[in-house]
Design a protein around this ligand. Structure first.
Ligand code: HEC
Ligand code: HEC
Length: 267
């Protein structure tokens, strides 16, 4: 699906050979603007309980597809133009007819994209098939045991779909500040003109304790999805492990204050 000026498609940022990411620390956006967050993988994304790094959409994927298409800091597409373009393309007319959907329409296009996105699943890894190497097995013991990773990166998708502040440093980028301000204004954040830090999940409930929290990402297809974190601040998996080794806010909280033992869920 193309954007307003036909320069971008979903796949410009969600590239299949990079597990549907783009290899950039911070994503691009509609011509003339650039995004202030890292493009997340779409692996198993249909199964998430909430979407985007701040978890701001939690009802259905249709909203996510709509926002990706229409938002100025994504594809800036006018749905009416989209529908007309589809109607004028014999390939799409034929595809819609064959799918029993009649004439190309906005709703039909969004539901087709949604169904496609749901079909992007990750399975058959050594973890799933029981073919992990000896050192990977030792790593998993640490992951669900002493290191406590599985408290948040829980279950076969390796996420509990909840936001935490694990203390990732800001990635201030003047080029992207306009996009950031637009988003913050749209999210109803007070004093957005003076805002210098990404408040993350604050936009969900406007509670101070949610500020700086970001959704636990899946760890599926991880070797293809660098750079890491909502703002691409960590370039490699080595950097991620160093980061956790130094100890971060919620991480230390989980491990030492609550002394909560990570229990790997049965699945
Ligand atoms: C310009 C780059 C870009 C384009 C084009 C783009 N996306 Fe994204 N996508 C992103 C970024 C960046 C995020 C994270 C945004 C955030 O957290 O606020 C995202 C998030 C998502 C998510 C949520 C992932 C999650 O784990 O929460 C889905 C689903 C998604 N995009 C699907 C699409 C679809 C479908 C299209 C085409 C209609 C599309 N995207 C076009 C960059 C892009
Ligand atoms: C308190 C919950 C929590 C714990 C415990 C935790 N993580 Fe995370 N993890 C997160 C959150 C939240 C993010 C995303 C932060 C962001 O985007 O700024 C994240 C991000 C990551 C990423 C980057 C993924 C990506 O696609 O960007 C990796 C890799 C990762 N964690 C591995 C681990 C490992 C290994 C451990 C154990 C040493 C661990 N995590 C412990 C919550 C947690």
């Amino acid at each position: 699906m193309e954007n307003g000026d036909t320069n971008l498609s979903c796949a410009s940022c969600h590239q299949p050979d990079k597990a549907f990411t783009d290899g950039l620390a911070l994503s691009t956006a509609y011509s003339g603007s650039e995004h202030f967050r890292n493009t997340p993988t779409l692996a198993n994304v249909g199964r998430r309980a909430a979407w985007f790094h701040d978890g701001r959409l939690g009802t259905n994927l249709n909203d996510v597809v709509r926002e990706s298409l229409t938002e100025t800091y994504f594809m800036n597409m006018d749905m009416r133009i989209m529908q007309e373009r589809l109607k004028q393309d014999p390939v799409y007319v034929d595809m819609f007819q064959k799918a029993g959907k009649g004439e190309p329409s906005n709703g039909g296009a969004r539901s087709a994209i949604q169904e496609f996105v749901k079909s992007i699943t990750s399975s058959g890894a050594p973890f799933d098939t029981g073919n992990m190497s000896v050192s990977a097995k030792a790593g998993f013991e640490l992951f669900k045991g002493k290191a406590g990773c599985a408290v948040c990166h829980a279950g076969p998708r390796f996420t509990d779909d909840n936001p935490y502040n694990i203390g990732v440093p800001e990635n201030p980028n003047p080029d992207r500040h306009v996009t950031f301000i637009t988003y913050a204004k749209f999210m109803g954040i007070e004093n957005y003109m003076n805002l210098r830090r990404d408040l993350g999940a604050f936009v969900r409930d406007h509670r101070q304790e949610s500020a700086g929290k970001f959704m636990t990402p899946t760890l599926r297809e991880l070797t293809y999805t660098a750079p890491y974190m909502h703002n691409g601040m960590l370039a490699s998996l080595e950097d991620v492990i160093d980061f956790y080794d130094r100890g971060t806010r919620d991480y230390v909280h989980w491990l030492s204050v609550k002394r909560r033992k990570a229990i790997w869920p049965i699945f």
